[in-house]
Ligand binder design. Structure first.
Ligand code: SF4
Length: 118
């Protein structure tokens, strides 16, 4: 539904914008692991044959309990020590698709690169 009515998309986690771009690009090639996890959790993408939807492991922290640095750090499959610092919302050269991530997913990586299994 979002893709059919929007031109631009802002993805938020923990009160922070984690990804921004035109809706088709963000849906087709998410750069932020959280966006990729959301995308992989849809009925269309959860096709491992089990009949179960993929989920993002862990829980959203309660207000005031988010980790320092990247707000998604405690749930992210790509997290490392550099993620203890706040990532800026940036786009690669020649792109307007911005992601707040120290280790964004590159366009040639499969969608599942940012997803964790159920
Ligand atoms: S900055 Fe690190 S923890 Fe945050 S989304 Fe990117 S890889 Fe994951």
């Amino acid at each position: 539904m979002v893709a059919s009515i929007c031109q631009e998309l802002l993805v938020m986690y923990g009160g922070s914008i984690v990804e921004h771009g035109d809706v088709a690009t963000v849906f087709d090639s998410p750069r932020h692991p959280y966006t990729a996890g959301l995308r992989a959790s849809t009925v269309l993408e959860s096709t491992d044959g089990s009949g179960r939807l993929s989920t993002i492991p862990g829980r959203v922290p309660s207000l005031g309990s988010f980790p320092g640095g990247c707000v998604y750090r405690n749930r992210c499959p790509r997290a490392d020590d550099v993620c203890r610092t706040v990532p800026l919302l940036t786009a690669p050269p020649g792109s307007t698709q911005r992601a707040a991530c120290h280790h964004p997913i590159e366009s040639d990586q499969p969608l599942g690169s940012g997803k964790a299994s159920a």
